[in-house]
Design a protein around this ligand. Structure first.
Ligand code: HEM
Length: 143
């Protein structure tokens, strides 16, 4: 799991990224659609509502990194919803890459390899937990 130093690094860099770019989430989607053009059609034309939902979820996750057990329920539910969106397990890595790239660009030269490591670890926890929720949803459907 994340060390207290990694939690701290994530919380501080998230604040820095948001104050450097209030369009952080918009930039994330732009990066995602450049890296994986095939996923663009899964989203609505107007991304403003979606951007707000993603920003709130990221805020919730970043705030609760010290207490990951509190995130498991909401992330299972979110992962289950993503089955209906057509999300494949392989999509999670490109989403993680795009998010780390946008954060890095927003934070600028003070970004270090430790930032990337901490964020990758946190996003891997988020993705794995969402995927566990997706599996649960799929097996309930199959019954
Ligand atoms: C870090 C992992 C992810 C997080 C935190 C996340 C977060 C969210 C949130 C909060 C919503 C809104 C759910 C609602 O309306 O209640 C959403 C919707 C959605 N997500 Fe994700 N997501 C993640 C990964 C992915 C991946 C890997 C894909 C696949 C490309 C994806 C595709 C979508 C789509 C298509 C929607 C619905 C958009 C719409 O209604 O137009 N997400 N996501």
């Amino acid at each position: 799991m994340l060390t207290p130093a990694q939690v701290n690094l994530i919380q501080i860099s998230f604040e820095e990224a948001l104050s450097a770019r209030d369009d952080l989430v918009t930039d994330f989607y732009k990066t995602l659609f450049e890296k994986a053009p095939s996923v663009r059609g899964m989203f609505s034309e107007d991304m403003s509502g979606q951007s707000k939902k993603l920003a709130s979820m990221l805020q919730l996750a970043v705030r609760n990194l010290n207490d990951p057990a509190a995130l498991v329920g909401p992330l299972h539910t979110l992962g289950a919803k993503h089955v209906a969106y057509g999300t494949q397990p392989a999509h999670y890595s490109v989403v993680g890459e795009a998010l780390v790239e946008s954060l890095k660009n927003a934070v600028g030269p003070t970004w270090t390899a430790e930032h990337s490591e901490a964020w990758n670890k946190a996003l891997s926890f988020v993705s794995q937990t969402m995927l566990a929720g997706a599996t649960k949803a799929t097996s309930v459907e199959a019954v």
